[in-house]
Design a protein around this ligand. Structure first.
Ligand code: GDP
Length: 444
């Protein structure tokens, strides 16, 4: 489980709000302490944690009461939004050169996964229809050149090599010329990694960068190194100027500190993440999805947002009471259908609840169509009939009249009447879900 410890640390924060009616200055003190502890244990850098906690508590106290959404859910939502912001908000796309080959220079310390990333990146871009070439510039680790040649073969991308006796800047120059000759779209240059930052490494990188004039300079960092990764990104950016980072080994038991600190500490975005040793294990870094994973409830968050929209209606509470007491009548049914219309569709929301299964667009259309038919029949009912579905259950004459007045069949009316009794049960169950019972990550 990625970031498992962070996820459970944050969970203890929401759990402290169970049973509360609103968020207050007082009742968020304990949860905020949990959030702070969880982030520090995840190895997020201290100044980042401080700013984060401040931003979350400011908002939590200011947020009003939203009907149907409980304080713990509200806090989840605020934390989610702040996490997304912390990680840079939007996904940060790779930039491509307007003319000539796009040059991507990869740097990083030894063992972070730089060579693997070079080949993964070539494979990733190839899948997008771009022709690529790899340049083996890691002259201090002969095995790295062989490794890149093998990986290049594996993904079907040519690898330019010049052995280990040639200066890295010279290899870069030759590789770039070759790429221009071959008219490839993207040339990816692997460089030498060292065990730690030293002046020799930085000078060499500066030379290589000068020769290449790269479109992207990406520092490869290991997620397992936590906030140290963020510090490295900062240093490399100051020393040689980089455009972003690639975070590797997110599949391991990293605690989250790197993913959460890099952007805030260095000002440079994480552009891609590696989450495995296979060539296909490289993907863009999506701050929103990452936040969802950290919170362990990607889908539930969109559900809460939808529920907020619906439950802000004036009569939502009233409706809920009726549903809970099984007094749900045809008037409520009408209100409900209008609420459904307002929010798009209840079925779409149901599809977001884990365990309720996916709802297809065709099913949504079908549901909307049958709601329209029902509405027509309800309009043909007397006020008394709307309040007391029992009257219709007892009287075939009433059902016949409604069928005639609404232009539907008697069978359709009978179905509707049967349905309202079924709905009383079903709506009660649904409200049970919205109360928190079946939303795993929001409840105990
Ligand atoms: P370099 O020294 O930076 O070039 O590192 P390598 O590319 O040789 O990778 C070092 C080790 O990390 C290798 O065993 C890789 O298979 C492994 N590795 C690289 N990226 C990932 C990743 O995203 N996940 C996992 N689990 N292992 C990775």
């Amino acid at each position: 489980e990625m970031f498992g410890q962070l996820t459970s640390g944050l969970e203890s924060a929401w759990n402290k709000l169970k049973g509360e009616e609103v968020l207050t200055k007082e009742n968020i003190v304990e949860p905020m302490r949990d959030i702070r502890r969880a982030l520090l244990e995840a190895d997020v850098s201290l100044p980042v944690v401080r700013r984060f906690v401040q931003a979350v508590s400011d908002q939590a106290v200011g947020v009003g009461l939203i009907r149907g959404v409980k304080p713990d859910q509200q806090l989840v939502k605020i934390v989610n939004e702040e996490l997304v912001k912390l990680m840079g908000g939007e996904v940060s796309e790779l930039v491509f050169a307007k003319s000539g080959p796009t040059v991507i220079l990869l740097a990083g310390l030894q063992g972070v996964g730089k060579t693997t990333v070079s080949a993964k990146l070539a494979y990733y871009l190839k899948k997008q229809g771009k022709s690529c070439m790899l340049v083996a510039g890691d002259v201090y680790r002969p095995a790295a050149i062989d490794q890149l040649v093998i990986l290049g073969e594996q993904v079907g991308v040519p690898v330019y090599t010049a052995g280990t006796e040639v200066k890295p800047s010279e290899i870069a120059r030759q590789g770039l010329n070759e790429a221009k000759k071959k008219k490839v779209d993207v040339v990816i240059v692997d460089t030498a990694g060292r065990l730690q930052i030293d002046k020799g490494m930085m000078d060499e990188l500066k030379d290589v960068k000068r020769v290449l004039n790269p479109t992207e300079v990406l520092l490869v960092v290991d997620a397992m190194t936590g906030q140290e990764a963020a510090a490295l990104v900062t240093t490399f950016n100051i020393e040689i100027g980089i455009t972003g980072a690639i975070l590797t080994k997110l599949d391991g038991d990293s605690r989250g500190g790197a993913a959460l600190s890099v952007k805030e500490v260095s000002g440079k975005p994480i552009k891609l993440v590696g989450r495995g040793e296979r060539m296909e294990d490289l993907e863009p870094f999506y701050p929103d999805r990452m936040a969802g994973r950290i919170l362990g409830m990607g889908d539930v968050l969109s559900f809460v947002e939808k529920a907020q929209e619906v439950m802000q209606q004036e009569d939502a509470e009233e409706l809920q009471k009726k549903i809970m007491s099984a007094k749900f009548d045809f008037n409520d049914f009408l209100k409900q259908t209008r609420a459904v219309a307002r929010m798009g569709s209840m079925t779409r929301v149901l599809g977001m609840i884990p365990g309720m299964g996916k709802v297809t667009p065709a099913q949504v259309r079908e549901a909307e169509k049958s709601l329209k038919i029902m509405e027509g029949m309800i309009e043909a009912m007397t006020p008394e009939e709307r309040e007391k579905p029992e009257l219709l259950a007892e009287s075939p004459t009433r059902r016949k009249r409604i069928a005639q007045d609404s232009g539907k069949t008697e069978q359709q009316v009978s179905q509707l009447v049967a349905q309202i009794f079924q709905m009383r049960v079903r709506m009660k169950n649904l409200m049970g879900v919205m109360e928190g019972g079946s939303i795993p990550a929001l409840s105990n």
